[in-house]
Design a protein around this ligand. Sequence first.
Ligand SMILES: C=C(O[C@@H]1C=C(C(=O)O)C=C[C@H]1O)C(=O)O
Length: 128
Amino acid sequence: MNDNNTATGSEIDAVTDPEAALEALRVELDRVDRTLLEGVRDRLALCTRVAELKQQHDIAVLQPGRMQLVQRRARDYADRHGLSAEFVRELYDLLIEEACRVEDLIVAGGEKTAPGDLDDTVSAEHRS
Ligand SMILES: C=C(O[C@@H]1C=C(C(=O)O)C=C[C@H]1O)C(=O)O
């Protein structure tokens, strides 16, 4: 184990107890998944604040230039880190689509939402 208490590549190669090694990796995977979901939730919470600003100042929800910038940045990241460009594009298509859906709800409803208080704003899909 390293200082972060995580398994390194060579340790995985040398395992004598594959079940224990699998479990250790799954514990790490679960931690990454939690961080990932918290990131998605934080992103959507920020989008509710963007939506409130847009609603108050009559700004269009759809901002194609900004969407292109976000997608281009994600593609550059994928290139630099050896991720599939198609996967990252589809991932950001989904994230942006959901952001626009949430923004639409707020702009159409004229709702005031506390940052991070998505559960009161968006449908039950987000509650789990
Ligand atoms: C969040 C915004 O609204 C929409 C959602 C975007 C996103 O999820 O990154 C980008 C552009 C917008 O159409 C924004 O205008 O910044």
